[in-house]
Design a protein around this ligand. Structure first.
Ligand SMILES: C[S@@+](CC[C@H](N)C(=O)[O-])C[C@H]1O[C@@H](n2cnc3c(N)ncnc32)[C@H](O)[C@@H]1O
Length: 452
């Protein structure tokens, strides 16, 4: 390594990662290079480059800030049969240094052929963020069974077997940390001497977040792209459903207050049937499946029927709307706790623990509260909260149509009554609502945001 600045230090770190034997020549070096030298991980010669430095190495890196020195190293390398990489001129280099994403044995190298190294680095960060860490475990599992698969399965069945393992339920077990189970399933598949891993359907109960597609988790996105069938609710925006596997069958199972497209029991039965047919069923739900989403009921039925499933949390509308409205749900000065409740009416009645909800020093978030808004505000006042206690309605939160109506328990209902509200809305009650004045940051469409 000729040079020991920042670029050289990054290269050296990668070389040390693969246990390369590294010598560095540079008058000055970064702290990391000094530390590596002191730890005996490389040899550092603090001086200018000399011709004899290229007697011996297999590869050389010309990483100085001086193009003339780099050119000289490259030329000398050519005459001595040493391959040289020039940090300042990929075109004049004998080999390229790609940006690499690593998951143990698995490596993805990205190269722009020296045209746009920054672009390669940007892509590397994107892939790095997206690629589950557990891919390394999956590669290791495959490596551990490679010989056994070769011995057990005839050549013509192997590729299909691996495809099923690496893109099927066994891989999913690895991704969700169930390594021992994944090993056990591999052993079983091989011990049974079956040329195939049995086709077993699975259900992914996935939270799609409150509306902004950027708020999907990477696991949600990965499973959406692997699904054979997608069952989605009315609240899921098209832009999110469209991120699913384009080949997947899409079934709108509806569910919007009093306009159920498919009754809950039928949805449950449908999932059991589709999984029974060996399909990967994605059950996409708004927000988080375990927050007023009946996710628990849906998987109870699956568990009873012995269908494999996994649950992927999503950002609940409460966090999403609060964040995009600039209303922290808790705050040391105003709210030491937060409660999520449903404003859904049961036979026209609101059965809620009002004395608890009407306390100060907390935030209360009401889901499904548009119809019952006046009733809620009135009950909270009757149970002791002041008329001017802050309350806000967030409509279609986190989307470009987000609308925020801020007021008090006394005036918010009238304010809301003047609007036509079609999308989902969330009521936030508590002193934290006032913080929106200073913390509000999301301006989807300034004409529709408003304050009372
Ligand atoms: C059946 S609940 C499902 C809640 C969901 N599981 C969650 O964690 O957000 C539906 C209610 O969530 C709220 N909601 C969902 N998405 C919303 C959004 N983008 N903006 C405002 N409220 C939303 C509304 O109160 C809506 O009536």
């Amino acid at each position: 390594m000729v040079g020991a600045g920042d670029v050289a230090t990054r290269r050296i770190a990668s070389l040390l990662d693969v246990d390369a034997d590294v010598s560095v020549v540079a008058p000055d070096a970064t702290d990391s290079v000094h530390e590596w030298a002191e730890a005996g991980r490389l040899r550092l010669s603090q001086r200018a480059f000399e011709d004899t430095d290229l007697n011996g190495p297999v590869l050389a890196f010309a990483c100085t800030g001086d193009a003339q020195v780099n050119a000289m190293v490259a030329e000398l390398g050519r005459s001595k049969g040493v391959l040289v990489q020039r940090a300042d001129d990929a075109g004049a280099s004998d080999f390229l240094v790609p940006a690499v994403v690593r998951r143990d044995a698995l490596q993805i190298a990205i190269s722009s052929d020296g045209q746009a190294p920054t672009l390669a680095r940007i892509l590397r960060s994107r892939l790095d963020a997206w690629l589950p860490r557990a891919y390394g475990d999956l590669a290791r599992l495959a490596g551990d069974f490679r010989d056994q698969v070769k011995e057990t399965l005839p050549r013509q069945h192997r590729a299909r077997f691996w495809l099923r393992v690496l893109d099927g339920p066994i891989a999913e077990k690895v991704f969700t940390g169930r390594l021992a189970e994944a090993r056990r399933d591999m052993k079983r598949a091989l011990a049974d001497d079956r040329p195939d891993v049995p086709v077993r359907g699975e259900v992914y109960l996935v939270g799609a977040g409150p509306g902004d597609p950027d708020l999907l988790t990477s696991r949600a996105l990965r499973l959406m792209q692997r699904a054979d069938v997608v069952l989605y609710d009315s609240l899921i925006p098209r832009a999110i459903v469209d991120l699913s596997n384009p080949q997947a069958e899409r079934i709108h199972v509806g569910k919007r207050a009093s306009r159920h497209t498919l009754p809950q029991d039928d949805i449950n039965a449908l999932m059991v049937r589709l999984a029974g047919e060996g399909k990967r069923v994605l059950r996409l739900k708004g927000g988080d499946p375990f927050v007023f989403g009946r996710g628990g009921e849906e998987i109870a039925q699956l568990a009873e029927a012995g269908v494999a499933f996994q649950v992927v949390p999503g950002i609940t509308a409460a966090s999403g709307c609060a964040a995009y409205a600039g209303i922290p749900l808790t705050h040391r000065d105003y709210a030491q706790s937060v409660t999520f409740v449903t404003g859904h009416l049961k036979q026209g009645e609101l059965e809620l623990p009002w004395p608890q909800l009407a306390r100060t020093g907390q935030t209360v978030v009401f889901f499904m509260a548009v119809k019952s808004l006046s009733g809620i505000c009135e009950a909270l006042r009757e149970h002791g909260l002041a008329e001017n206690w802050p309350a806000a309605l967030v409509i279609e939160g986190t989307t470009i149509r987000q609308q925020l109506l801020v007021g008090t328990l006394a005036d918010l209902p009238a304010r809301v009554a003047r609007e036509t509200i079609e999308g989902p809305a969330l009521l936030i009650v508590g002193e934290v609502v006032r913080l929106n004045e200073t913390l509000g940051w999301f301006r989807p469409n300034p004409d529709t945001s408003d304050s009372v």
